[in-house]
Design a protein around this ligand. Sequence first.
Ligand code: PGA
Length: 255
Amino acid sequence: MNQEFTLNAMRTIVCQDAQGAAKTVAGLIADQVRQNPKSVLGLATGGTPVATYQVLIEMARRGEVDFRQVTSFNLDEYIGLAGDHPQSFRAFMDEQLFGQINIPIEQTFVPDGCASDIDASCARYEAMIRDAGGIDMQLLGIGHNGHIAFNEPGSEFDSRTRQVELTAETIDKNARFFDSPDQVPRHAITMGIATILDARQIVLLATGAGKADAVRNMLAGPVVAAHPASLLRNHSHVTVVLDPPAAAAVTELQQ
Ligand code: PGA
């Protein structure tokens, strides 16, 4: 049984386990697409959403959700990796989701990590989101350091899609996807905090004990740029979905 509570105006659902959390998030996304088949989804990469994408793929195979008219915008991309580089977020999305559901690939957008003019490309990405009508539902993970997308600690509340430098901690955490840490790009393009907060609805998924402190800081710490996820408390429609280890430091606060 899921446990649900509201902490600092953030709806928080603690599921039985990580698979339950993936099913809950997939259910929220599927409901959004059923309600509005032309939904604009904001999507995320990383280890966390893989199980959610797997559930969505299974639902799509059973005919329970149809992505034909959906448009998607991904949060971020490494600078210097082309879309066909196996560690690019474009390749990740094609493999983990897009290639396995019926979304037309031309309706899926990921920032261009190889754009010749990065600033212009970032401005274009913002315009494309606006032209698509804005993001209806944004899926987010959270970094151990509280980052959302690649908005590292110190990212400003009014930041938009831009080039950023990754912290040593993020490079270290993401090295697991590469053959060696020195292959991890040092820079990325990321949607900004303000871009993310423009979404009509935000669903943040965190699983595992390693995220417990970041989740506590997000839900119960001060709202500060030093912990970018806490800035989500300025949004009125956020759902945080957790497994028990990720929720450990906040379920305590409920008792
Ligand atoms: P992870 O990354 O899902 O691989 O833990 C989450 C994030 O950094 O936002």
